[in-house]
Design a protein around this ligand. Structure first.
Ligand SMILES: Nc1ncnc2c1ncn2[C@@H]1O[C@H](COP(=O)(O)OP(=O)(O)OP(=O)(O)O)[C@@H](O)[C@H]1O
Ligand SMILES: [Mg+2]
Length: 507
């Protein structure tokens, strides 16, 4: 049978990767977890940035305070407080430098001439050394009287927070003092690294704990989904359906979201169960009506046919019009009897009336059917392929005979003369028997193919009706084969039409 091709999903590696990375294709659990981890990561980043910025501001403010103190001390009078350290040559004792720790740079400019330019750093064990020229030049760029600014002194000195002020005590003197911010930077770096470590641990723990919590939280939803899946697997399309599957009470608490889904699903299942029961009852009524009507029609039809036959055989002279009319009555009553028999059989099969189950020799059945077909259609070519040993299946012999007869009648009536029809029987390894009826006729119209097993489905309806066709033949085949727990399929194209029936060979 033909089937509409579904649009194929992109199966390439990049397509699969794109689908895996696209959050739309993630499970709810994956999405919640992703969002949770992203939220914690963003919180950590915000916390880290705010802490770093705040800490930097705080430390720089503190350094600026120290800078102000240093300026005071550098500008103090010679021979001031105890503990003042005289700078070595060439300061000639003009300048006192008190408490300048490592990382301090000092420039003294008297009336535009640099008179002192020193730095104290770690490498020199706290001793003042001459400031390199490029560092001096960088220090001199700082404007007098402005707020402290950060200046890169280059080389091993690094960045300094530098302030330039006019001396309170010595007119014409400008003091430029810088304090290294290297310590602050290293403090910020260490803090940043610690926070990064903590953030990574926090994200990892969130992912682990989140996975457990979300999995636990979604358990009821999974139970509800499992119930829905069980319902989806039930065969609801026909017959009496016992739709007893429901979501468990613990998952139907309307105060929880999952409970709302669960109770809504239960209500929906209740409605569906009712609808199915009503549908089944109405189906049963229709079937009973068809079966009763067909049964009731058999007797009057037999009577009509009998009287028509009697009139024909009576030998009395009847006008030709009446004789033709009686012939039509007889032939139509024969056709209607066949139709009524078909309807009655379908109604009985629909009602699930058990079939006889006795060993049926399919080989013999096929041989008989093909010879009957040969007699009915001598202008067709008939072939048969059967295994050497008889193929026996449990089943209802008259019904299986009817299956073959219907398929062969189709191959005869819906193909032109000269068509080759082949019946083949094979015992399969799967424990099934395959009966196929193949012809090389014009084939079944593609528009009819998907519904060829439906009741009253016919090809060219006007032509078929003229040929006495009703469109029940293949629906009887399908119903009988299904009642034998088998299936029937058809493939058809011009020049090759094959009906394949599979029936289990064991009970
Ligand atoms: N072998 C075939 N070749 C071409 N068309 C076929 C063949 N078998 C079935 N068909 C098409 O399928 C339709 C349905 O077949 P089905 O046997 O159900 O009804 P029918 O033969 O028309 O009537 P009935 O068998 O009840 O007398 C036919 O009308 C015909 O158009
Ligand atoms: Mg038919």
């Amino acid at each position: 049978m033909t089937s509409a091709a579904k649009p194929e999903a992109d199966q390439t590696v990049s397509g699969q990767l794109r689908r895996a990375l696209h959050p739309g294709g993630w499970s709810l659990r994956g999405r919640l977890l992703g969002q949770l981890v992203a939220l914690v990561a963003v919180a950590c980043v915000v916390m880290g940035v705010v802490t770093e910025v705040g800490l930097r501001t705080f430390l720089l403010d503190k350094l600026n305070g120290q800078l102000a103190g240093s300026i005071q001390r550098v500008d103090s009078p010679i021979g001031g407080d105890q503990g003042q350290l005289p700078l070595g040559p060439p300061t000639s004792g003009r300048l006192r430098f008190l408490g300048g720790g490592a990382g301090t740079a000092i420039v003294v400019i008297d009336n535009g001439t640099v008179t002192d330019a020193y730095t104290i750093n770690q490498q020199n064990y706290g001793k003042p050394v001459k400031l390199p020229p490029d560092a001096l030049a960088a220090m001199e760029t700082v404007q007098v009287g402005k707020r402290p600014s950060t200046v890169d002194l280059g080389g091993s000195l690094g960045a300094h927070q530098v302030i330039a002020v006019a001396s309170d005590r010595t007119p014409g003197r400008v003091l430029i003092v810088g304090l290294s911010v290297v310590d602050i930077n290293s403090t910020l770096l260490s803090t940043g690294l610690i926070m990064l470590g903590v953030a990574l641990i926090a994200v990892l723990l969130t992912a682990l704990a989140g996975e457990l919590i979300i999995r636990y939280t979604l358990t009821p939803l999974r139970r509800v989904a499992a119930t829905a899946s069980r319902v989806a697997e039930l065969p609801l399309e026909r017959g009496e359906v016992a739709l007893s599957v429901r979501v468990a009470d613990r998952d139907t608490n309307p105060r929880t979201e999952v409970g709302q889904v669960g109770s809504a699903l239960n209500r929906m299942l209740g409605h569906i169960a009712n609808a199915l029961a009503v549908r089944h009852a109405s189906e049963m009524r229709v079937r009973k009506f068809v079966a009763d009507a067909s049964h009731e029609l058999r007797t009057p039809l037999a009577a009509i046919r009998g009287y028509a036959e009697l009139t024909r055989r009576s030998g009395d002279k009847v006008p030709p019009d009446i004789a033709r009319a009686m012939d039509r009555v007889e032939s139509e009553s024969i056709r209607m009897t066949a139709l009524v028999e078909d309807l009655l059989l379908l109604a009985r099969l629909d009602a699930g009336r058990p079939l006889r189950r006795q060993p049926v020799d399919l080989t013999q059945l096929a041989v008989d059917s093909v010879s009957d077909a040969h007699v009915a259609g001598p202008d067709h070519k008939w072939r048969i392929t059967v295994p050497d040993i008889p193929v026996i299946v449990p089943g209802d012999e008259p019904r299986l005979r009817q299956v073959l007869a219907n398929l062969l009648a189709n191959a005869r009536t819906h193909t032109p003369t000269g068509t080759t029809v082949e019946v083949a029987i094979a015992q399969l390894d799967t424990g099934e028997v395959r009966i196929s009826v193949t012809d090389d006729g014009p084939g079944i119209p593609p528009s009819l193919l998907p519904e060829v097993f439906e009741r009253f489905a016919r090809g060219d309806s006007s032509r078929s009706r003229a040929a006495g066709s009703t469109g029940l033949g293949l629906s009887i085949v399908a119903a009988v084969v299904t009642a034998h727990r088998g299936n029937v399929t058809v493939t058809s194209r011009p020049g090759h039409t094959e009906f394949a029936v599979h029936i289990p060979s064991e009970d």
